[in-house]
Design a protein around this ligand. Structure first.
Ligand SMILES: [Zn+2]
Length: 187
């Protein structure tokens, strides 16, 4: 049961005129509630052949390792959101005009778009925060075998990232893009 954010009337499920999708519609004032994908932002921060990983303090995936990430807020640009999330999880400041776009991943099964930026590690002054249990710079062999917060379809993307680091640095002159669906490998 949901209610109209405009007038408070109970909404109904209907296909609005000129549309082709069932939506929550208010029969009283005509307000249509559109549900669109959420934008998740992340910062890939590296030094040499290591990536900065955080151990998540909260669900989902509490206790598992991940790249610092979170949902974009209203009023932010995408790089500002990525740098804010990074600061909240690591205590480190990245400049939003210095981070570079690494990848855009479409996750249609969970209605999210995952946009990642990259930057070199700005300093060693990272520290655990309310959102993290641990933070470490880890090589590919050091993260292998740990519980990570990603589905198996992400493995090849993580391997590709480490290959780029081992080859001398992240190369994203053309940002990577991929479509991840459950049970499939990325493009
Ligand atoms: Zn209404």
């Amino acid at each position: 049961m949901s209610y109209c954010p405009n007038c408070g009337h109970k909404t109904i499920e209907a296909i609005p005129a000129g549309d082709d999708t069932l939506r929550q519609v208010c029969p009283s004032c005509g307000h249509v509630h559109y549900e669109n994908p959420k934008i998740l932002v992340a910062c890939i921060v590296y030094e040499g052949d290591k990536l900065l990983w955080i151990k998540r303090a909260h669900e989902p995936y509490a206790g598992r390792w991940a790249v610092p990430a979170g949902f974009m807020e209203r009023g932010e640009t995408v790089p500002e959101a990525a740098c804010r999330e990074f600061r909240e999880e690591t205590g480190l400041t990245l400049l939003h005009d210095k981070v570079k776009l690494y990848s855009v991943l479409s996750l249609p099964d969970i209605d999210q778009v995952y946009i990642t930026y990259f930057a070199p590690l700005p300093s060693y002054d990272f520290h655990v925060t309310a959102e993290t249990l641990d933070i470490r710079l880890l090589s590919q062999s050091e993260i292998a075998g740990n519980d990570i917060a990603y589905p198996p379809q992400m493995d090849s993307l993580i391997s590709q990232l480490y290959r780029e680091l081992q080859a001398g640095g992240i190369d994203a002159k053309v940002p990577h893009s991929a479509e991840l669906r459950s049970g499939s490998q990325p493009d």
